[in-house]
Design a protein around this ligand. Structure first.
Ligand code: NAD
Length: 297
């Protein structure tokens, strides 16, 4: 078993780090939040006083940070990962960040002689705790093979998406589909309500017809048809609207950067911006049905 540095022990990283410990690895952890570090210390991890201290004498580094600027500073800063790791350390960034930043950091790692992958996840906090995440991995074949040993301890599906940045590309493309589909399912249920069609009937029909998709069958935005969906729990997340908005912005920025046309992606971003601005950033993203029900858009 190996020694792994884990940086970023938040909602996702905390559970992921715990699963590396359960798999038998020795963990050195760092987070700006001391309570997050204390929680991992209780589970057997060694807390470090800085990024540099955490990554000294390790075999692998995993980062799970909020956004591109955090990832760049933690990897590229003077006190950061690339200046302080031993030779042959494999690097895995599991944060959801913009494709350009992912490629920049992986290129800097390669220049310094290190193998690195971008490995964003799908699955949320429950899957992070259960070790059942889906990892979308970008990087060379060798980097993917080296990372897979560690990712296997945290996920159920580890998929090599392509070269550096391909994991982030897959993540934002997937989540743009998800955001658009949630709005489309929500609009259909609001229309059904106004036409006098029962929600359960629409569910029974569309889940067996051509409208079926994950936002309908696994995450239905009205209470009832899917008892585990956040609609049955006052739209507590789940997957917060703020997170969906972040991913839609990443998708639309990437689309602008490469000349792809995403008219529905832009509209979804506008609708999630309005929903978040109404005080719902912390609500589940399926709660957008309530805004669609109330408003003449
Ligand atoms: P979070 O805010 O709970 O955790 C981020 C952690 O990083 C915090 O504990 C913070 O203190 C720490 N941090 C920030 N800057 C740091 C630094 N310089 N050094 C050390 N620690 C630092 O966020 P999260 O929900 O765990 O999400 C992490 C990433 O995973 C994000 O990119 C998010 O988009 C992605 N993601 C989240 C979910 C979800 O459902 N929460 C699902 C899929 C992907």
């Amino acid at each position: 078993m190996a020694t792994v540095a884990f940086i970023g022990l938040g909602n996702m990283g905390g559970g992921m780090a715990a699963n590396l410990i359960k798999a038998g690895h020795t963990l050195k952890v760092f987070d700006l939040n001391e309570a997050a570090m204390a929680a991992l210390q209780e589970q057997g991890a060694a807390p470090a006083g800085s990024v540099a201290e955490a990554v000294t004498d390790v075999d692998a580094v995993v980062t799970m940070l909020p956004a591109g600027q955090h990832v760049k500073s933690v990897y590229l800063g003077d006190d950061g990962i690339l200046k302080n790791i031993p030779a042959d350390t494999i690097l895995m960034d599991c944060s959801t960040i913009d494709v350009a930043s992912a490629r920049e950091v992986i290129a800097a790692a390669a220049e310094a002689g290190f193998a690195m992958v971008d490995a964003p996840v799908s699955g949320g906090v429950a899957a992070a705790a259960a070790g059942t995440l889906t990892f979308m991995v970008g990087g060379t074949d060798d980097a993917f093979e080296a990372a897979k040993t560690y990712l296997d301890a945290m996920g159920a599906n580890i998929i090599h998406a392509g070269d550096a940045g391909a994991g982030q590309a897959a993540k934002i493309c997937n989540n743009m589909m998800l955001g658009i589909q949630m709005i489309s399912v929500s609009e259909a249920f609001v229309l059904a309500e106004k036409l006098g069609l029962e929600a359960q009937k629409l569910f029974d029909i569309s889940s067996r017809a051509s409208g079926q998709c994950w936002s309908l069958t696994s995450y239905c935005p009205v209470p009832g048809p899917v008892p585990t969906s956040p609609a049955n729990n006052d739209y507590n997340p789940g997957f917060a609207a703020a997170m969906m908005l972040k991913d839609l912005r990443l998708a639309n920025d990437a689309a602008e950067g490469c000349g792809a046309s995403t008219p529905l992606g832009h509209l979804a971003e506008q609708l999630y911006t309005a929903f978040s601005d109404e005080g719902n950033a912390g609500k589940d993203f399926s709660g957008i049905i309530n805004m669609l029900r109330e408003e003449k858009l």
